[in-house]
Design a protein around this ligand. Structure first.
Ligand SMILES: [Zn+2]
Ligand SMILES: [Zn+2]
Length: 245
């Protein structure tokens, strides 16, 4: 090894210069160019090189093709015209800000994190009845999701990301997997359930069953800073509860 050179813990190549910090020391500028595409600002500073390498490998083909992606006329998700400036660049596509905002909301993350993903990771979110506000049956009748949630609640869960130290938020909408027969029976079922709950609890605008209260915190450098805000978990038994996002 020549004087003044280091070995990059991410790619294993020799490099000169000061490099960029990660948990295992300094990595090379060639890797940094790729890191900027798939990590949000400063996210990688405290990650081990193996984690950084795993994500660079996961997105290798999208990173290689990054500069050749052309901006289309319309948003590939909603089909609306893509504004000249107000749009969101993903790793391998461009989408409109409306769709970017919905995606960020569904994943409980920021725009910048959405920009580090491929469209194949985002599109499935938009195929769910939850996002469309309901589902259409084979004969073209639309069933409003809100009125059916009393019997088919939306399920939010966390899925482990293989090879990474994290979880991603996933939604399972039972409306997506209902047969047409069950979908057509759902409004009557919901009506019956509503009547049962009203008989039991009386008439209220909404009834919310609480089963978990969590104090929220920000995490920085491995320490938790608790806020004076709480997350309340449970389910809506009846009516509409508007959630702040
Ligand atoms: Zn490198
Ligand atoms: Zn769109």
């Amino acid at each position: 090894m020549k004087m003044g050179t280091k070995i990059c813990p991410v790619c294993g190549n020799e490099f000169k210069g000061s490099g960029n910090i990660c948990k295992d020391g300094y990595y090379c500028n060639e890797c940094e160019k790729k890191v900027r595409l798939v990590f949000v600002e400063d996210e990688e500073d405290y990650l081990p090189a193996a984690k950084i390498r795993a994500r660079l490998n996961k997105y290798a083909s999208a990173i290689a093709a990054y500069d050749s992606v052309k901006k289309p006329e319309t948003c590939p998700i909603c089909g609306k015209p893509l504004p000249k400036f107000m749009h969101m660049r993903l790793l391998d596509a461009y989408i409109c800000m409306d769709c970017a905002e919905k995606a960020a909301g569904m994943m409980h993350t920021g725009y910048d994190a959405v920009g580090c993903m491929c469209i194949s990771e985002i599109r499935p979110l938009f195929e769910q009845a939850a996002v469309r506000g309901g589902r259409v049956d084979a004969s073209g009748v639309f069933y409003n999701a809100d009125s059916l949630r009393i019997v088919y609640p939306l399920i939010r869960t966390l899925l482990e990301v293989p090879g990474e130290d994290g979880y991603e938020v996933a939604y399972f909408d039972p409306l997506d997997s209902l047969s047409d027969e069950d979908l057509q029976a759902a409004p009557a079922l919901a009506e019956r359930r509503r009547a049962e709950l009203e008989a039991k609890y009386g008439t209220h605008k909404a009834i919310f069953e609480v089963d978990k209260i969590t104090k929220l915190y920000n995490e920085s450098k491995g320490r938790r800073y608790y806020r004076s805000e709480y997350r309340i978990g449970g389910r809506v038994l009846m009516g509409n509860v508007i959630l702040e996002v």
